[in-house]
Design a protein around this ligand. Structure first.
Ligand code: PEP
Ligand code: MG
Length: 320
């Protein structure tokens, strides 16, 4: 079985009808990159750079960041690497960035808002990412965007950084779809975004208006809610109309049934917890895109999370 696992790890992720789905891993360290490659990850769809910033008194400087990003890029070889800009604030506070007290941190300075509030940190990170060799190696992804203006500002800063580095190489800039606003504005965001990735964890929290860290509602913060699925479907259709790739990097992609729904909703790339790569690959190999589309259509018509989960529990959905 060891040989069989290794062979499976080397195979490209395709559905039973041969449709290519890129299967990436979410990463937060150099060590995880090596482990992800070993189990067959085809790239990194979300590098959570927060790991470099947490539990320390000062921000990592440009060179320190560069050496880590470069090491991860080298470990991945020529596989794609999507680096997310710092996503702090809200449930992810850091000591050297004292955000004034907020009554509702989840609705306050978070993700791109924090970056635009402290552009010095953003610029240092952009410089480090854009200095990774070969030029153009990293795709840059922006979290918690709610409209085109934020993305424009980040693109402007990235352009300025690239030109100050004397770097003419083009870079790809993408945006996370993790607010309902972003999901509704994909057609507009496509003016500035080269790609999209749905952050199902936050998209669920903000769609349902339920704090993902609040134990009293945690059980209901479920990405299988039909409203979340409809927003993802809307976003995917708009991305397709604009010819932009769209994937997902939230927890829903790491669930085999969630992965089927996401493929059925039109996503072409899934970034999952590294340990889930073999399971998701195996599941997608056993189903066709038509199976996934039919399932997604039925899920979109359900009136509750429980009804979606009942549908997914039907034996015909997940033959073993
Ligand atoms: C998400 O919100 O789905 C996501 C991938 O980002 P994070 O979990 O890091 O907030
Ligand atoms: Mg998020």
């Amino acid at each position: 079985t060891r040989q069989r696992d290794e062979d499976a790890a080397k195979q490209e992720c395709r559905t039973a009808d041969g449709t290519r789905i890129e299967l990436f891993a979410n990463l937060a360290s150099v060590e995880e990159a090596a482990a992800a490659v070993a189990v067959g990850a085809e790239g990194c769809g979300l590098l959570r750079t927060e790991f470099l910033f947490l539990e320390r008194d000062t921000a990592p400087d440009e060179d320190e960041q560069l050496s880590v990003y470069q090491a991860i890029a080298d470990t991945l070889g020529d596989r794609p690497l999507i680096v997310r800009t710092l996503d702090v604030g809200g449930d992810k506070p850091i000591p050297f960035l004292p955000i004034p007290h907020e009554d509702n941190p989840a609705l306050g300075l978070r993700g791109v808002r924090t970056s635009l509030w402290r552009p010095d940190l953003l610029d240092a990170q952009l410089r480090a990412v854009l200095r990774v060799r070969p030029a153009g190696r990293c795709r840059i992804m922006v979290p918690m965007v709610s409209g085109l203006d934020e993305l424009r500002q980040v693109r402007e800063r990235a352009r300025a950084v690239a030109s100050s580095l004397g770097d003419a190489a083009p870079f790809e800039l993408g945006v996370m779809i993790e607010t309902p606003a972003a999901a509704m504005l994909v057609d507009q965001l496509a003016d500035e975004a080269d790609f999209f990735s749905v952050g199902t964890n936050d998209l669920t929290q903000y769609t349902l208006a339920m704090d993902r860290t609040n134990a009293l509602v945690a059980a209901q913060v479920d990405a299988f809610h039909p409203a979340v699925l409809r927003l993802i479907g809307t976003a995917a259709a708009a991305a397709a109309r604009r010819g932009r790739p769209i994937g997902a990097c939230g927890g829903l992609a790491s669930d085999p049934l969630g992965a089927m729904l996401l493929v059925g909703l039109g996503l072409g790339e899934l970034s999952v917890t590294a340990a889930c790569v073999p399971t998701i690959k195996a599941r997608l190999r056993g189903v066709t895109v038509a199976d996934c589309t039919a399932l997604a259509e039925r899920a979109l018509a359900q009136t509750s999370t429980a009804a979606v989960r009942r549908l997914l529990d039907e034996p015909s959905v997940a033959p073993t």
